[in-house]
Design a protein around this ligand. Sequence first.
Ligand code: IFM
Length: 474
Amino acid sequence: MNPTAVPTSTVFTAPAAEQELISSLPPGFRWGVATSAYQIEGSIDADGRTPSIWDTYCQVPGAIANGDNGDIACEHYTRMPQDVALIKELGLDTYRFSVSWPRVQPGGKGGINPAGIAFYDRLVDELLAQGIDPWVTLYHWDLPQELEDAGGWPVRDTAYRFADYSMLVFDALNDRVNTWTTLNEPWCSAMLGYAYGAHAPGRKEYPAAVAAVHHLLLGHGLATERMREAAPRKLDIGITLNAATAYPASDQHPDLEAARRADGMGRRLYLDPLVYGRYPADVVADLAAEGIEIPVQEGDLATISAPIDVLGINYYFSQQFTGFAEDGKTVGDDGLPIIRSLPLNRPRTAMDWEIVPEGFTDLLVGISREYPGLPMVITENGAAFDDTPDENGYVADEGRTAYFATHLAAVAEAIQQGADIRGYLAWSLMDNFEWAYGYEKRFGIVRVDYDTQVRTPKQSALYLKEVVQNHRSA
Ligand code: IFM
C-alpha cells in the first residue's frame, strides 16, 4: 500500500498503521448502523402494541438502573423520518433495525396488526427513498409477554410461534427488504434472560436457559426454512451472534480447559449446530456432567442447520480465562471446574469491558477457518463512554472514535488473513435504552438529549462518515 494514498481524517487522526489497514477494506464493503425496536421506539401503547417481556421486566424494582424503561426511549416511532435523514446525512448505505414482535402480532398470536406493521412499512419506504438498504432483524429480545407466561423460550412451542410471527413480517416486507436476520444474539436471550436473571424475563434457571438455546436455534431454523421457501427472489437470510475470543490465561491445563469451556458455551454451542448440524461433543459432555441435556428432537438439527447466506457478528470485547480459583483450587464447592475471567489489563469502556481489538481479528479469522464458506457482516460493534456534551450538545468522543478506528483496522486485518467479511454496521445510530443499564450507558454515534429529544452527531459519527467517504472515493 502506498502510504501517500492513506486518507487523513479532519476530525480524528488514527495512527498510520490503522489508517492504512482501514483504507485496505475491499470495494463494495457495506457501511451502516444498527438499532433495535425496544431500545429506541417508545410509543409502547400505540396502535395496538401489547407488552413484551421487557415492558414487564422494567417494572421489577431494582431491575433497571434508575428505574428506567423503554416507554419513551428515543421517540423513534414518531420521529422516524428525521432519524432516517440522519443516516442519510452520515452517508451510510445500510440500516439494520429490529421489528417489535408485540407491535406487529399483539399477544404473540393471530394475524398481523395492520397498524403495527404500517410503521415498518413506512420505515422501509423511507429508507429506500433515501437510498439506504433496509436490513430487518426479526427478534431483538422483545418476546410478547403472553408467550413468556406460556413458558417462554425454554418451551418448544415458542420456536413455532416465532416462525409464524416471522412469516407475518416476511410476507409484508419481502418485496422491498433483501436482508433478513432471524435472531439477534441468542446467547443473551438464553443466558442473560434465563440463566443469570440479568435481562428479561429475569429467570435464574440454568437448565431452562440451555433449553432456551435450543428453542431459539430451532425457531431460527424453522423461520429460515419457511422464508427461504416463500422468498420471491434471492434474499440474504441469516442470524446474528455475539461472540468473542476466549484466551487461556496460561498454557496450564486448567486454564486451557477454562478457555475451552468459555468458547464452547459462548461461541461453538451456536455455530456448530448452525453450520454442521450438531452440538459440540465437549459442551454436550460438560452439560451432561451437570445433569443437563439439550432437548433435541428428531429432525431439529437438520432444521437448525438450514443454509444461511450471511452470519452477523456482534463484537464488543474479549476475555482471558483461568481454571484456578484465587486459592489455587481447580474445583469449586459445587464440584464444578473453576472458570473465571482474569483482566488483560487493557483500558475499559464505560461498560467496564476491556478494549481488545485483536480479539476481534482472532475471532473473525477463527470463524472463517473453523466454519469456512460463511460470509460475515459485522452487525454490531461499538462502545459506551461517559460523554460530556458542550453547550451545543456536541460530544468530542475521542475514546469511542478511537475504538471504531482500532476495530475497523481489526476487521481489515482479519480480511487480510482470509476472513470473508462483507460489511460493518456500527452500534448504535444513537444513544438509547441500554437494557439493565437504562439510559446511563451511551453507545450512540449520535447524542440524544433525552429532555428535548434533540439528536447531535458526535465526533465518532463524523469520523465514520469520513471513513466511508474515503472508502468510496478510493
Ligand atoms: O445494546 C446492545 C444491543 O441491544 C445488543 N448488543 C450489544 C449492545 C450493547 O450492549
